[in-house]
Design a protein around this ligand. Structure first.
Ligand SMILES: NC(=O)c1ccc[n+]([C@@H]2O[C@H](COP(=O)([O-])OP(=O)(O)OC[C@H]3O[C@@H](n4cnc5c(N)ncnc54)[C@H](O)[C@@H]3O)[C@@H](O)[C@H]2O)c1
Length: 274
């Protein structure tokens, strides 16, 4: 984004990481400033957006990118694990976007908000908190695109891929050797983010793209599929009578897009043993 002329406020609670990015931008002749606000609080987000306006005179683009993982299966997940992921991803995105959109509305110059979701929101083992948060971010993206278009503000999201500190955590939680995972350059996500924030994307809002590595994919919105109508409401027997037709329509399940795995039924262990 800096290469394309944006002045960038690089925010990270880990200020050393933010410093590295700012130095890299400045060394390449770009404009960047450091900030270290904690986006898991309303105050942190408000200070962050105020700092951006104070440093550069306006807030035209917001990229909501900060995130953490606290993977556990449902039966083991604690409130702390759920809340910390929810606060950083969902509330941080909500608060930063609210403050940035207010500034964009006041300026009258429109703007672009880019959220970060993940294919995990399709469902992924061990990611109750993260999948829920990324699903909420996708839903907020659709909603804000509808609400904010009247101010000339476009809202899109990406589902990135890249070898980062986060993906290293993912590898270790799955007992995989990170060195053996194929490297995906995280900077390969940059051009799409820059494109979405530019006038080239004037016609694009409320959309989510998968990116990273050699991939560019449209992540389609959930929508109603096969729909049946009756003159009266549906009884249990009516529903059972047409369910085979719906089962034929079931798509692959989860982020790994496995073929629908429950055609043989889902039964308690005691029944399976019989
Ligand atoms: N790496 C992937 O393959 C992948 C896949 C799908 C989605 N994502 C998403 O991409 C985004 C970036 O992740 P990444 O892979 O670069 O991980 P990362 O851990 O390298 O970067 C996330 C950054 O967010 C910062 N952060 C965490 N909590 C914060 C807070 N409260 N306030 C301010 N900063 C905070 C961290 O210090 C860290 O530098 C995340 O939203 C992640 O969920 C990544």
């Amino acid at each position: 984004m800096a290469q394309s002329g944006a002045s960038v406020l690089v925010n990270d609670i880990d200020v050393e990481e933010a410093k590295k990015v700012v130095c890299e931008i400045q060394d390449a002749g770009g404009k960047a400033k450091i900030s270290a606000h904690d986006i898991s609080s309303r105050k942190g987000c408000s200070n962050l957006i105020d700092q951006c306006a104070a440093e550069f005179g306006s807030v035209d683009i917001l990229v909501n990118n900060a995130g953490i993982l606290r993977d556990k299966s449902l039966l083991k997940m604690t409130d702390e694990e759920f809340d910390s992921v929810w606060n950083i991803h969902v509330k941080g995105t909500f608060w930063c976007s609210q403050y940035a959109a207010l500034k964009m509305k006041e300026s009258g110059g429109g703007g672009s908000i880019i959220n970060t979701t993940s294919g995990a929101h399709f469902g992924n083992f061990g990611q109750t908190n993260y999948a829920a948060a990324k699903g909420a971010i996708a839903s907020m993206t659709y909603t804000w695109a509808i609400e904010l278009s009247k101010y000339g503000i476009r809202v899109n999201a990406i589902g990135p891929t890249g070898s980062t500190r986060m993906s290293a955590t993912f590898a270790s939680s799955k007992n995989m050797d990170n060195d053996n995972l194929s490297f995906i350059d995280p900077t390969s996500n940059g051009p799409l983010i820059t494109y979405l924030s530019s006038h080239l994307a004037n016609k694009i809002s409320g959309q989510i793209f998968g990116c990273g590595g050699q991939r560019l994919a449209l992540m389609v919105q959930p929508h109603y599929g096969k729909t049946l109508q009756k003159d009266e409401s549906w009884s249990i027997q009516d529903i059972d009578g047409v369910m085979e037709g719906f089962i034929d329509e079931f798509k692959n399940l989860g982020m790994l897009s496995l073929p629908y795995p429950f055609h043989e039924g889902v039964f308690p262990p005691s029944l399976k043993e019989d």
